[in-house]
Unconditional design. Sequence first.
Length: 319
Amino acid sequence: MTRTVLESASKTVTIGFDEPFCVIGERINPTGRKKLAAELEAGDFSTVQKDALEQVACGAAVLDINAGVVYNSNPNPNETEPPLMRRIVALVQELVDVPLCIDSSVPGALEAGLAAAEGRPLLNSVTGEEERLELVLPLVARYNVPVVAISNDDTGISEDPEVRFAVARKIVQRAADYGIPAHDIVVDPLVMPVGAMATAGRQVFELVRKLRDELGVNTTCGASNISFGLPHRHGINAAFLPMAIASGMTSAIMNPVRQVEMEAVKAANLLMNADPNGGDWIRFSRVIDAVTEGAGFADAARQAAATAQGRDGRRRRRG
């Protein structure tokens, strides 16, 4: 079985077909978040701290770190993004113990994040574009880390799933030239908005199955892309995720602070026999009960996590 191993200083997360679905928290990303972008330019990291703690409490196994702020004072990301990436990575690692996903289109920021990260982070990302392959794959090989491979190339993003599959295969083959094994490639097949392409859901399910069966690679996606432009997006996302999981998708970059989406993932893990004895679902049900009684989801998840840690600590002391 294909297993992609991620590590922090103290925790290992495995992405694989026989593993629980890996939730990669998306919220430490200033794209489309003007308030967060302004805070980061001003050196205020309070929202980053809140997002890191909440996402892990709500069930994120990995945290995506994106420092892509266009500073008003300096619009050159090659100068501003690498030091900001280093600072955010260092801060998040002080707060939580989960592995990180270093996310940037700026090669200097990718390397800055890799240098600052403890353990074995996931690099996000390489594409099939020649320039990107030549810049990113040597970094992946040098740091011995897994990488997200996005299925677009110099021709852009194709609506044809066969073309996107061919791009993914090309990246896997080129990675092998650098000594990077297929189990360290996590393919993003590019989820299209179903509001713009009616077949987007069915198309990605078929493509994920093909990537699993023919290339043997793990997969990921930006889960919320499926619902872009539509009302009540979280309901669509919550329906999409279990269907993607059943098709073989093994991870997603998503918002774990949304209860309905996390509920869908936890239930899918149970139904796919990736939750031994239903233990995780039973623990999660206590969070749902607390929400039903009036607690906020993030607060209830945080309290449940603290209770579980206390219970584990008492067991260790007795042992």
